[in-house]
Design a protein around this ligand. Structure first.
Ligand code: FE2
Ligand code: FE2
Length: 271
């Protein structure tokens, strides 16, 4: 299965880039499953239901979230009706929506996509390691599903690596989100799981993690309430990861980063 994952979409610049490029990327890379983290799509904070619809129309199969899941409150009701939008699995029991979704591709293959949140330097939540293990007790890679994708939304690289190794051999891909900066450690772990600490954001990198520079810098320089943060509006770099898995095992055969448009060094998978 050929899986494209795009990191946190930030604001209009990020949305425009994904909507403009995803259809051509799906064709060019012969993508079977496209997953997009969109927790910052709505002016940097949350995801409006109409924006989720636009992402689906552009060829996104599953949208994942994170700590900004409920910044747009309309999503709280909407997520109950839209299983393709997935919030962190380790939110408290009774939270609206689901932490994972089982999708069936046009050719009948099945893929499981889950979103989990780390706990280091983040809100206190249930144990994501235990939540992932519990989820995997109901799905067997290469047996009941052809691929399993886990978006691990976390701040600390140590926790992300531990999470990757914990699930190595049991899922197709563990990809980090939330830091909005792509890491160069994309690889296949020893057990066959593709991994990257952070996919980076789809947003304008002439910014502080997607937000306009001046107010964001001022927050560090002056101990005064500053101007409201708003997304930077220059051309976005689309950042993500592309993985090809073996359908018999569900494990990764190849992995490569994607960085397209905007300021960052460009790279596009060539397999
Ligand atoms: Fe984010
Ligand atoms: Fe986040």
């Amino acid at each position: 299965m050929r899986i494209l994952f795009l990191g946190d979409v930030v604001g209009r610049s990020g949305r425009d880039a994904v909507l403009a490029r995803l259809p051509e990327l799906r064709q060019r890379l012969r993508v079977d499953l496209a997953v997009v983290n969109a927790e910052n799509a709505s002016h940097g904070f949350g995801l409006a239901p109409a924006m989720a619809d636009e992402l689906f129309a552009a060829g996104c199969d599953v949208v994942t979230l994170g700590n900004h899941a409920w910044d747009r409150r309309e999503l709280i009701g909407h997520i109950e009706r839209e299983p393709r939008i997935v919030r962190p699995l380790n939110f408290p029991p009774g939270t609206p929506g689901q932490g994972s979704v089982l999708v069936t591709l046009v050719d009948g293959r099945k893929a499981l996509v889950a979103n989990l949140m780390g706990r280091l330097f983040m809100d206190p939540l249930d144990d994501p390691f235990r939540a992932a293990t519990e989820l995997l007790s109901r799905h067997r890679l290469g047996v009941t599903v052809s691929a399993i994708v886990m978006d691990f939304h976390a701040e600390a690289t140590s926790e992300k690596l531990a999470f990757g190794h914990h699930l190595d051999g049991r899922v197709s891909l563990v990809v980090g989100t939330h830091t909005h900066t792509p890491t160069a450690d994309h690889r296949i772990l020893s057990g066959g799981t593709a991994f990257q600490s952070d996919a980076g954001m789809c947003g304008d990198y002439d910014s502080v993690i997607g937000m306009g520079k001046e107010p964001a810098v001022a927050r560090f320089v002056r101990k005064m309430p500053g101007e409201r943060l708003a997304p930077a509006e220059g051309e976005a770099t689309l950042c993500g990861l592309f993985v090809e898995t073996d359908d018999r095992t569900g494990l990764a055969r190849a992995v490569a980063p994607l960085r397209l448009g905007g300021l960052l060094a460009q790279t596009i998978p060539d397999f």
